[in-house]
Design a protein around this ligand. Structure first.
Ligand code: IMP
Ligand code: MG
Length: 195
C-alpha cells in the first residue's frame, strides 16, 4: 500500500495570515441572504440564477439551497475578462449560456465586487439579452473600491480593501476550497512552484 508523506496533508488554513469571514459567519449569512432573496422574489413564478464561474461556484452552490423558490441555474464564464478592453457583446455572453433569459427574472451571482468593472460589464451584456428583470448578488463587496456601477442588490459582506481567498475565491487558481475567507500570507504569493 502506498503511504503518502504527512506533508501532503498539511493544513492549508495555516497559509492565511488572517481570517476575514469565518466558516460559521459564511453559513449564517448565506442562509439569511437566501431568505432575503426568497422574500424579494416571492411573487414571481420562477427565477433564473446565473453564476459567474469560477469564483462564485462555491457561494452559489450554497446560496441556491437557501432560496426556496422555483429556479433554473446556469453559469457564465468570464475568465480573462477585462472591461478596459473590448468587453463582451451580448452575443458572446449568450455563447456561454445554455438558458434563454429573454423575458425572465434573472439573478446574477458573483464572488466579489472590487472596482465594479467586471459586474458592470456582465450586467450591460446581459441587459442586451432582454431579461424581464436583472438583479445582482455578491458574496463580498470591497469598501471604498468602487469605480463604476452601482452596488450589488444583495451583498453578503462588506470587507476592507484586502485581497482575499477561499470559499471560491482564488489566488493563481488555488485556495478556492477553503471553507472561510481570508488573507493569504505574503510569503506564499507567487511561489516559484506555481509558475
Ligand atoms: P472588479 O472588476 O475590479 O470589480 O473585480 C472583480 C473580479 O476580480 C472578481 O470577480 C474576482 O475574480 C477578482 N477579484 C477581485 N478582488 C479579489 C480578491 O480579493 N480575491 C480574489 N479575486 C478577486
Ligand atoms: Mg471572478
Amino acid at each position: 500500500m502506498l503511504l503518502l508523506p504527512p506533508c501532503l496533508f498539511f493544513m492549508f488554513e495555516d497559509d492565511l495570515s488572517s481570517v476575514v469571514v469565518s466558516e460559521l459567519d459564511l453559513r449564517e449569512r448565506v442562509t439569511s441572504l437566501g431568505a432575503e432573496i426568497s422574500e424579494a422574489y416571492a411573487s414571481i413564478p420562477e427565477l433564473t440564477v446565473l453564476c459567474v464561474t469560477n469564483g462564485a461556484v462555491v457561494f452559489a452552490a450554497d446560496l441556491i439551497r437557501s432560496i426556496h423558490l422555483s429556479l433554473r441555474l446556469d453559469c457564465i464564464s468570464v475568465t480573462n475578462y477585462h472591461c478596459d478592453e473590448a468587453g463582451f457583446t451580448p452575443q458572446e455572453l449568450a455563447g456561454s449560456l445554455r438558458l434563454d433569459i429573454q423575458g425572465r427574472h434573472v439573478l446574477l451571482i458573483d464572488d466579489v465586487v472590487d472596482t465594479g468593472r467586471t459586474l458592470r460589464g456582465i450586467v450591460s451584456a446581459l441587459e442586451g439579452l432582454k431579461p424581464r428583470s436583472l438583479k445582482t448578488c455578491v458574496l463580498l463587496s470591497k469598501e471604498g473600491r468602487r469605480e463604476v456601477g452601482e452596488d450589488a442588490d444583495f451583498i453578503g459582506f462588506t470587507i476592507p480593501d484586502l485581497f482575499v481567498v477561499g470559499y471560491g475565491l482564488d489566488f493563481a487558481e488555488r485556495y478556492r476550497n477553503l471553507s472561510c475567507v481570508g488573507v493569504l500570507r505574503p510569503d506564499l504569493q507567487n511561489p516559484p512552484a506555481w509558475q
